[in-house]
Structure formats: C-alpha cells, structure tokens
Design a protein around this ligand. Structure first.
Ligand code: ATP
Ligand code: PH2
Length: 428
C-alpha cells in the first residue's frame, strides 16, 4: 500500500510501475436505482490512477508510447455521462474496463464519487473504489457509446439549464425555468427553501402544479428560485483590479448592505493578491463579505450582478481584468450545479484570494461540498497562497495604497502603519 491507501503495482521484475493520475473528472450521469435519479441525473466524479511504464514514452518524448491523459479524461467522462446503470460499482467497472482496453495499461485504480447520492442522513460523499489489473480483470466490457442511440437518459425537461422566460401559472410566483439541479427530489420543504443537496430525496410528496414549485408545460422552476424559510448565511467574494478598486469595493459593500433582503454581517480585511489565471493584469484587491439574506439564490445573484454592472463591469475575456466581481461563495449549505449558478462557487476551494480573507473574518468557517473543508486549512495549501501579498484591516475607513501600475512591493509610508501585514505575506 502507498500512503494514499492505494496498492502499488509492480512490474514483472518486482519494481513499482509509474502512474498517471487524473482526479475530479466530473459529468452529469443518470445512474441510480431510483426513478428520479434516472430522470434528473446528478453529478458523478471519478478519480483514476493508471499504472504503466512510462520510460519508453519519456525516452522518445512520444505520446504514442503512453496514455494520452486528455483522451483518458474524455473516456472516463463518457462513461460517467453514458448509458445509465443502477450501481456505482458498475460505473467504476466500466471505467476500469475502458482504461484497460489499452494494452499499455497494467493496472488501474478507479474511484467513482456520487456526492449527492440519495442518502437520508447528512453525509460528505460516497465513493466506490476498485483496483483492477491483468490478474483481476474488469468484470465489464470497455464502454463505447452507440452513436445512433437515442439519448441514454430519459428527460422530461430540456437538456440545458439556460434560463428561459416562461409565463407563470396563475397564482404562481414569477418563474424562470430550465433543467434544474433538483426538482421533484429536492422540492423545498413547504414554505420555502430547505438547505440540502440537490439530490437528497425529499420526504415530502412530489409537488403538484399548485405548489410553489411550478410546472409550466415541461419547464420547472428550481429551488434556486425559491425564497428561504428564514435568513440564510451567505458568503460573497469581492474582487477588483481596474479603476479605483478600493473605492469600488467599499461602495459595493455599502450597496450590498442597502439591498433589501441582504444584511451585511461582517467584512474581511482587504487582500492584495496576484491575479490568478487570465492575461497579464494588475494585482487584485479582494475581500469577503459575510451576510445574511432572505433572497432566493438567483435573486441574490441578480442583485450582485446589478452591483457589478453599476460599476461598469464588462465581460470581455475569461478571467480578464474587471472593475468589480462579486461571486456567491456559499449560500447556506446549499449544493447546486446549474448553468447559471453553482453553489458553492466551484473554484473557491483552490483560491487563496478568497479563502484567506474568509478565514480572517471567520476562522472557524468550513466550505461545504466536494473539495471543501476548513477554510483556514484550504487557504494554507491553495496554489495561489503566495500571491496574497498583504491584508489591510482598516480598508473601509482608510485609504490604502493603490493597485494597478505598481511594482508589487510592500506599500510604504504612513498608510502602511494602518495596514496589517498578513502572516503569510512573503513580502512582509
Ligand atoms: N456561485 C456563483 N457566483 C457568481 N456567479 C456564478 C456562480 N455560479 C455560476 N455563476 C455564473 O458565472 C457566470 C460568469 O461569472 P463571472 O463572469 O463573474 O466569472 P468570472 O468571475 O470571470 O470567473 P469565476 O467564476 O472563475 O470567478 C455568471 O454569469 C454566473 O451566472
Ligand atoms: N487574485 C485574483 N485572481 C483572480 C480573481 C480575483 O478576484 N483575484 N478573479 C478571477 C475570476 O473571478 C480570476 N483571477
């Protein structure tokens, strides 16, 4: 066993084989025993470790002598999203068989996660992990989707989660619609939103067309449009690196606080951070706002986007510079994946520029969902942790040195006296 609890695989001379590891391959699949799992689908995630000898490929620098990890990821995702079966075990076996169809592969470890499995008690994840090799072959055929086959999963709703305008049923709240993360299975508890994963079965009977969850033709509102029963704790991540960034962030906090249905509870120190991803661009100022809201998740998204727009937010390039960005990091403990809103924000777990300010303002915070955990611990290992240059405590009341065309050096002079240097700041 190695230190990850996996078996090392030896070659014919008793030496450990090399490994190619791919983790977190994610797709919507329709596997499961329950009818609602087959109908609505849910997120499946796979981790794969392929055991093989990579020396020949390395010596010749030739992809033909190893396994192309891009193709591997696609094969695995195809199985996850492919023809539905009842058991996660079958999905894992199919992945193993598909990977081992390549003769270069000596063995494979496959773990298939079903993080929103219909389990009635709170749980973190369910995983089926298998090891197959040339002595214990997979008990399945390699998977190939049949090209002429109708979609594998029966759908009662369109395949996109794009928001579509629909006419509300009489007496029903205005709705937006699309395929939803959880419809019947996740019908909110009577009276509003319940904090549960999208695929947690409700103990309530399915909603009728007169319930708050409205079926209009084939279009269904989802729980992200439902107002909660009471105030829900939310965490918002703010960032800016164009224009008067500090002033913009201050104004954004004020505007959030004056939005009906949002109460700002606390505001983190301001972090100056190196830009992560995207083109070459100035440092960001980042902060985290703890708030409480009675808005539905999508109403909150509309409110934050309106504030972004009011500050001249334009979307030109992915992860490009911006006057203001407001992400919904978490909304209570809601887990949801739709085209327009994902909760928690899917990249939070790897972003020190969010995690560090969050841990400062709430040291006990825990990020829910897959990849989540104690925020302080995640911040300490996030890949961009060294890019968090310093933290200013008093940024709401005092000016801090401008970001933009600067050198990235520690700010000096009188303003720095009021700026607390973060414990991890490499420049400090
Ligand atoms: N939790 C979330 N918070 C904010 N926007 C979200 C969230 N989940 C999904 N989105 C969607 O992401 C879209 C793109 O948002 P945006 O342009 O701010 O992305 P970005 O800030 O460039 O990248 P990133 O999402 O990695 O921070 C938004 O239009 C919104 O519909
Ligand atoms: N340091 C930093 N980097 C980023 C940020 C951000 O707010 N701060 N936002 C991004 C997309 O939202 C991409 N990269």
């Amino acid at each position: 066993m190695n230190d990850e609890g996996r078996q090392d695989v030896l070659d014919t001379s008793g030496r450990r084989l090399d490994q190619i590891k791919l983790s977190g391959i994610t797709a919507r699949g329709y596997h499961g025993v329950f009818e609602h799992e087959r109908r609505e689908g849910q997120t499946f995630v796979a981790d794969v470790v392929v055991h093989l000898d990579t020396r020949r490929a390395a010596a010749r620098d030739d992809l033909a002598h190893t396994l192309d990890y891009g193709a591997l990821a696609e094969q695995v995702a195809t199985v996850l999203a492919g023809e539905p079966v009842d058991l996660v075990e079958t999905v894992a076996e199919r992945i193993a068989a598909t990977v081992m169809a390549s003769s270069i592969v000596q063995a494979v470890d496959v773990a298939v996660h079903k993080p929103h499995a219909p389990i009635e008690v709170p749980f973190g994840d369910v995983v089926v992990a298998i090891h197959r090799d040339r002595t214990k072959l997979p008990a399945a055929e390699p998977y190939a989707p049949r090209p002429t086959e109708a979609p594998a999963h029966p759908r009662s709703v369109p395949p996109s989660t794009a928001t579509l305008p629909v006419t509300p049923a009489p007496g029903a709240p205005a709705v937006t619609a699309g395929v939803v993360a959880w419809t019947e299975a996740g019908v909110p508890a009577p009276g509003g939103l319940s904090e549960q994963g999208p695929d947690t079965p409700s103990t309530e009977p399915p909603a009728s067309s007169t319930d708050a969850t409205v079926v209009v033709g084939e279009l269904v509102t989802d729980v992200l449009d439902q107002a909660p029963d009471g105030p829900v704790d939310v965490v918002l991540a703010l960032g800016a690196n164009l224009g008067p960034a500090q002033e913009t962030l201050r104004e954004a906090v004020t505007e959030l606080a004056s939005t009906p249905g949002i109460e700002v509870v606390d505001v983190s120190p301001l972090a100056r951070t190196s830009a992560v991803g995207g083109p070459d661009q100035p440092d960001f100022l980042n902060a985290v706002v703890l708030a409480s809201t009675t808005l539905a998740p999508r109403e909150l998204l509309r409110a934050t986007q309106a504030i972004e727009l009011a500050h001249g937010r334009e979307r030109h390039e992915h992860w490009g510079p911006r006057t203001l960005d407001i992400d919904i990091v978490v909304y209570g403990s809601v887990l949801a994946v739709t085209d327009d809103l994902e909760l928690p924000h899917p990249r939070t777990h790897e972003r020190a520029f969010v995690l560090q300010p969050w841990a400062q303002v709430d040291p006990d915070a825990v990020l829910p969902g897959l990849g989540g955990g104690p925020v302080g611990a995640l911040a300490a290992t996030a890949p961009d942790r060294d890019g968090v240059r310093w933290l200013a405590l008093d940024w709401l009341t005092n000016a801090i040195p401008a970001v933009g065309n600067d050198t990235g050096a520690v700010p000096a002079g009188p303003a720095w006296d009021r700026v607390r240097t973060g414990p991890d700041a490499p420049d400090a």
